[in-house]
Design a protein around this ligand. Sequence first.
Ligand SMILES: Nc1ncnc2c1ncn2[C@@H]1O[C@H](COP(=O)(O)OP(=O)(O)OP(=O)(O)O)[C@@H](O)[C@H]1O
Length: 202
Amino acid sequence: MDSFFTISDLHTPGMRKPVSWQIDAGQLWLLFGPSGSGKSRLLKAIADLIDHHGTAILQQQDCAKMGAPQWRRQVMYFPAETAWWLDTVVEHFEQTPSAQDLAQIGLPQSILHAQIDQLSSGEKQRLALLRGLQFKPKILLLDETSANLDPVSTLQVEQLVQAYLQQQQAAAIWISHDIAQRERLACPTYCCSIEALYTLEA
Ligand SMILES: Nc1ncnc2c1ncn2[C@@H]1O[C@H](COP(=O)(O)OP(=O)(O)OP(=O)(O)O)[C@@H](O)[C@H]1O
């Protein structure tokens, strides 16, 4: 049977070795490793945001044969530092999130009309996640998505991601330095150090 998502010999400057990886629908992988070891570069290469060698195939669709914007909507990178380009929160959404959508990640409805430059980094990370999920990506590439959050908000974000993966039969790679989070979210099979990926032969 064809695999859901396969990367083969993926390599870019900043990564020590090419990486190959097979990921099934519904899986949530926690990726960890020392600072500067290439975790973010790997996720950016998977999302086709930076020049790279190797292949990435999602449900038999080859990244190399697809336009970058279309690929990035399906294989979506959520950076640690979120990007905003308009004045207020609501202007960045295709569909205005409901009060319930916001409440599930601990945010009030009034935040929709807040100025972007008045938000904390943790508020921006949660809003960026909500915004990205509206595009229904099949692969979430989460770069320290809860690093700026308090414990309650962290749990809310974890629940949102887990529910999304089940509902949409999507998959995620989540970079996290938080050992407790790794234990909560991923059974050992789905927890992986970048060094282990580097040692696997393609
Ligand atoms: N354009 C580039 N060309 C070559 N190397 C780069 C480039 N950009 C970044 N690097 C280097 O790639 C290495 C890996 O960076 P990366 O951001 O992937 O690390 P990381 O594992 O995500 O670290 P952290 O946990 O601190 O976020 C770093 O040494 C960085 O300096």
